[in-house]
Design a protein around this ligand. Structure first.
Ligand SMILES: Cc1cc2nc3c(=O)[nH]c(=O)nc-3n(C[C@H](O)[C@H](O)[C@H](O)COP(=O)(O)O)c2cc1C
Length: 389
């Protein structure tokens, strides 16, 4: 029984939910985007359901859309900085992984190495980073850069150099797990090493001034599936976001594993997560459809035709997830919710026990860090002598 493949589960939200009009649901708090207590409650519910992680997306500018949306939709207009929000959540949770989003096109490697290294320390090894290159004109304008720069093919070359420097900066501190009283040679292998990087896009000479993070490197997630996006994933990422089920998903997963092997990596060191549509689950199909109708009432006439949300009983969703795991189409799932208050608890109350009953999901956290819960190795430092303590 225990040979069945277990699912990894990561909950995704942008601010108040993954549907543009989710904030209109009566269960949603009055100022949802800045209600830290409400986010903490959602995170604690995810932890009770043994989710691997909460993943917060981010755009550093309002998303494009009709002007009236920017005015009225807090989902589009407002969100707390995800890394700061996750640091508040870290203090109120113990096991849940905390995946933030930050762009390699709009900042410097040192800034993100310090921010994410700090998140890993203050959460005792639960940090993750969704590496994005940013897309929208509104984002470029907030930073005073030419929007064409974000769309340029060079952006992934920049991202690749950026991530490598960030990892070297994490490795520039003494290893937080280095044994005390080890031999001089062993200590040398774990002591601070200056980064001296002179590359095509960045010059960094220095050190982070922070002990190596508990996970060595916080977990790296990459969602881009273009040719260049896949290359970055294969070279640097721990988690990739692939298409849903079917042949296309299986091929995408195999392709990423092949590319990882070509970079000298163990293909099992990349997990591919299928992104589900926003989910509403209930005990029965009739109840789920009633919820979907209620949700559709909140939408404008155009959106009502295509709410993009799946609704159904837990059994049906568990069937789909099981078949994708067995087909080799996914190692787990990214689960978005149209709004947070209600659907998250329904998922942990109904879908998690169904997956557990089928031997497809954990019944307790196995590890201490996000990496351990994902079953991923702690990476060796990049800029050190290779002597092991
Ligand atoms: C589930 C999911 C979440 C994403 N979250 C973000 C995000 O928070 N911020 C962002 O700028 N891009 C985000 N993206 C966009 C990707 O990083 C990537 O730019 C996009 O999928 C296009 O891929 P490509 O750059 O390889 O063409 C997300 C994509 C997916 C599929």
């Amino acid at each position: 029984m225990s040979e069945k493949k277990h699912a990894h589960l990561v909950a995704l939200t942008h601010s108040t939910g993954s549907h543009l009009r989710g904030w209109r649901h009566p269960n949603t708090p009055a100022r949802p985007a800045t209600d830290v207590k409400a986010f903490v409650e959602v995170a604690q519910e995810l932890e009770r359901g043994f989710f691997d992680a909460l993943f917060l997306s981010e755009t550093t500018g309002v998303m494009p859309g009709p002007p009236e949306m920017h005015q009225y939709d807090s989902m589009v207009n407002e969100s707390l900085d995800p890394t700061l929000l996750l640091s508040a959540i870290a203090a109120a949770t113990e096991h849940l992984g905390l995946i933030t989003t930050a762009s390699t096109s709009l900042t410097q490697p040192y800034t993100l190495a310090r921010l994410l290294g700090s998140l890993d320390h203050l959460s005792d090894g639960r940090a993750g980073w969704n590496v994005v290159t940013s897309r929208f004109e509104t984002e470029a304008r907030n930073f005073g850069i030419d929007p064409r720069q974000l769309r340029s093919p060079v952006r992934y070359e920049v991202a690749s150099e950026f991530v490598d420097i960030v990892k070297r900066l994490w490795d520039s501190g003494d290893d937080v797990l280095a044994p005390r009283g080890a031999s001089a040679q062993a200590r040398e292998a774990t002591q601070a090493q200056l980064v001296d990087h002179r590359g095509t896009h960045f010059r960094v000479t220095g050190a982070l001034g922070l002990a190596r993070p508990p996970q060595g490197h916080p977990v790296i997630l990459q969602a881009g599936m273009s040719e260049d996006g896949r290359e970055l994933t294969a070279r640097e990422a721990d988690l990739a976001l692939g298409p849903g089920g079917g042949l296309q998903a299986r091929e995408a997963r195999q392709d990423l594993r092949r590319r990882a092997a070509a970079f000298g990596r163990d293909p099992d060191s990349i997990l591919v997560l299928a992104v589900l549509p926003p989910v509403l689950v209930a005990e029965t199909r009739v109840e789920a459809e009633a919820q979907l109708r209620e949700f559709a009432e909140l939408l404008g006439p155009v959106e009502r035709q295509n709410p993009g949300v799946i609704a159904g009983p837990a059994i049906g969703l568990a069937d789909i997830m099981e078949s994708w795991l067995d087909e080799g189409a996914a190692d787990g799932f990214v689960v978005p919710f149209p709004y947070l208050q209600g659907p998250v608890a329904a998922f942990t109350r109904l879908v998690i026990p169904e997956l557990q009953k089928r031997g497809r999901f954990r019944t307790a956290y196995a590890g201490r860090t996000l990496r351990e819960n994902l079953g991923l190795p702690r990476p060796a430092p990049r800029n050190r002598p290779t002597t092991t303590p």
